[in-house]
Design a protein around this ligand. Structure first.
Ligand code: ADE
Length: 250
């Protein structure tokens, strides 16, 4: 998968060289290219922002550098019949970036991220590219960050770990919170490792029983308990009947 990021803070994306994403790059599973938006400005001061039409606080990112940057990045793609890239625009006004969206994006060959600063990018940029490309405006949560770079790190990590070959164990995201499968819609329950006793606290007996059926059942029950405690909204409005329905479905 190819990932391009156009930003005024390329150094903010340095964590993409570390840990899971860094290893995926080293293994040739991810081709990450970070670009400095100011490289596509034409004035002495490398200006990327201006005052908003209609007045108001803050600054808006100018459309021209974005247009030139995106044209250039788009033009650097492979020639021939490849699926066109998806443009991902992080914004608190976007649709929610969920595990489902992560799976959708993980199936694409090429993503271009456009993290903004200030009050955002001149609307005409999304409108223009939206006519020719799949443009996704996505929010990582109901809070406002100072820019889209941290959301890009979040989204890239969520997407990269879904790519074949990136996680050591192909099963390791099967039981993830939010993953499709036997625990669909449930948050992951508690986990334990050695030693069997720590500060007088023992690992639940069932986990050392070696009984796979009982262990699976216990994990499902704990996932249900945790989900109804912290995110009852995920269990169809917290309706107890939904638990039975879930039982029948699994
Ligand atoms: N930019 C600023 N806040 C954001 C958020 N919550 N999600 C995505 N992009 C953002």
């Amino acid at each position: 998968m190819r990932l391009d990021v156009v930003t005024i803070f390329p150094e903010y994306l340095e964590p993409l060289g570390v840990s899971l994403v860094g290893k995926a790059r080293a293994a040739g599973l991810l081709d990450v290219r970070v670009h400095d938006l100011r490289g596509w400005t034409r004035d002495r001061h490398h200006t990327v922002d201006d005052t908003p039409y209609g007045g108001g606080p803050g600054m808006v990112m100018k459309p021209e550098p974005w247009g030139e940057a995106l044209d250039s990045v788009l033009g650097s793609g492979p020639s021939g019949a490849q699926e066109p890239p998806v443009l991902v625009v992080p914004t608190p006004s976007g649709r929610a970036f969920t595990q489902e969206v992560a799976h959708e994006l993980a199936a694409k060959p090429w993503l271009i991220f456009t993290p903004a600063r200030y009050e955002g990018i001149d609307r005409r940029v999304v409108d223009d590219y939206g006519e020719r490309f799949d443009v996704r405006e996505l929010s990582i949560g109901d809070y406002v960050l100072a820019g889209g770079e941290a959301p890009v790190l979040v989204m890239v990590e969520a997407i990269a770990r879904l790519l074949p070959g990136v996680l050591g164990n192909a099963e390791s995201h099967r039981d993830d919170s939010f993953a499709p499968g036997p625990m669909a819609g449930l948050l992951e329950g508690p986990v334990y490792t050695k030693p069997p006793e720590w500060r007088g606290r023992s690992v639940p007996e069932v986990l050392v029983s070696g009984h796979h059926g009982r262990i699976a059942r216990w994990r499902r029950d704990e996932a249900l308990r945790r989900t109804s405690g912290t995110r009852p909204d995920l269990i169809e409005g917290g309706d107890p009947a939904a638990f039975d329905k879930h039982d029948r479905a699994t």
